[in-house]
Design a protein around this ligand. Structure first.
Ligand code: SF4
Length: 380
């Protein structure tokens, strides 16, 4: 099967802009009655022309989510293991040129942070590092995964890209989810935001996600950092990437995130701000295109917005997050050494209360460990 990186040049950003601009009301109405698949429908559902149909799209998205996921919301929290990084991403607080306190957690410190979250009811952890393999690489990561695996229901990683052998090591150690954002699918703008470091290789990053799929991760998480480039174009690319991965790796559950760029001092400006209503449109449009995909909203977003979109298609939310190594035991660390400022500052208990108030159950455990153990070569 052709890789997504080989397909992408056939749909350059100006072509996507043209498709978004030429959408008619009749096309949207036809799409809402009978879709033709993500390739054709993504520009329809993410266009400005679809805005008058947002209520109908939201009602449909809500019904699909209820049918596929029930009244549930999966809560997770990030656990930052290291903020060392050799890249210089223009939008990130960990970029190599920034003068911030740098640290990596020891194995025991990582466990203490995890136990802090577990005490609050979190059973799904997302392990996060920068990219500095000489300081914090696969060996360190695998040791943490092996230590934490018995303590939680699922462990995903959002770390430096690996090759197939590297990802196989992570899966074998017990990681079940991979999160790797492309940040932008526009290859020229990508170069602007990634001036130095291995992350500058646009194609290698795209191909890493496919290596993750081949390695056997149960969940593959993708996202664009919305605010850097025209957001409707990015939403289309995200849908097409999701479509490609779902056909290439049907055994994996796809997870789509819509992180909006948060301000970082001296960092990339938010040159394409995304309004709340547009974010809602992307969420419900993605749900219509991919009924079974997880849709993820993090604490980057404000509490009131997160509460309002609880039942529109979102199935996974972070809660009580800190974005620095050790941030769960020292609340001040995030201010000087965090990756970005979170907006929803509520505790896990407060977020869980809001979810229950919306008539949903908080999922703290799921079938993953038992399911994985039952697979050939599986590991609980
Ligand atoms: S986004 Fe990731 S790779 Fe880029 S500077 Fe931040 S931590 Fe490093």
């Amino acid at each position: 099967m052709m890789g997504f990186a080989d397909w992408l040049p056939s749909m350059p950003p100006p072509a996507v802009q043209d498709r978004l601009a030429s959408v008619s009301a009749a096309q949207i109405q036809r799409c809402l009655v009978a879709g033709s698949g993500p390739l054709r429908d993504a520009p329809l559902l993410f266009s400005t022309a679809a805005r008058p149909h947002l209520e109908a799209m939201a009602a449909r998205a809500r019904a699909i989510t209820l049918a596929r996921f029930g009244r549930t919301m999966n809560l997770y929290a990030p656990l930052y293991l290291s903020n060392h990084c050799i890249n210089q991403c223009a939008y990130c607080g960990f970029a190599a040129h920034r003068k911030i306190p740098r640290s990596s957690l020891s194995l025991d410190e990582a466990q203490q942070q995890a136990e802090h979250l577990i005490k609050q009811g979190i059973r799904h952890l997302l392990l996060v590092t920068g990219e500095a393999p000489a300081r914090y690489g696969l060996d360190e990561l695998c040791r943490v995964i092996e230590r934490l695996r018995p303590l939680v229901a699922s462990l995903a990683v959002e770390v430096f890209p690996c090759d197939l052998a590297g990802y196989r090591r992570l899966v074998s150690a017990g990681a079940d989810g991979l999160v790797l954002y492309q940040e932008t699918y526009d290859p020229d703008r990508y170069q602007e935001f990634h001036p130095r470091g291995p992350k500058r290789d646009f194609r290698a990053r795209l191909e890493a996600m496919e290596a993750g799929g081949q390695a056997g991760f149960r969940s593959l998480g993708i996202g664009s950092l919305l605010g850097l480039t025209p957001t409707r174009v990015e939403a289309c690319y995200l849908a097409w990437h999701c479509d490609h991965l779902s056909r290439a790796f049907p055994q994996a559950r796809l997870a789509v995130s819509f992180p909006r760029l948060r301000p970082v001092s001296g960092g990339a400006p938010i040159s394409h701000p995304l309004a709340d209503a547009d974010l809602v449109q992307f969420i419900v449009g993605m749900r219509l295109l991919f009924p079974d995909a997880e849709i993820v909203i993090s604490t980057r977003e404000p509490a009131d917005l997160r509460d309002r979109i609880l039942r529109l298609g979102v199935t996974r939310m972070s809660a009580g997050s800190r974005t620095s190594p050790g941030g769960y035991s020292d609340e001040n660390l995030d201010q000087e050494a965090g990756q970005f400022a979170i907006d929803d500052q509520r505790s896990v208990a407060e977020v869980a209360k809001a979810i229950r108030a919306a008539g949903l159950d908080v999922v703290c455990k799921d079938f993953d460990p038992a399911f994985m153990a039952a697979q050939p070569g599986g590991k609980a």
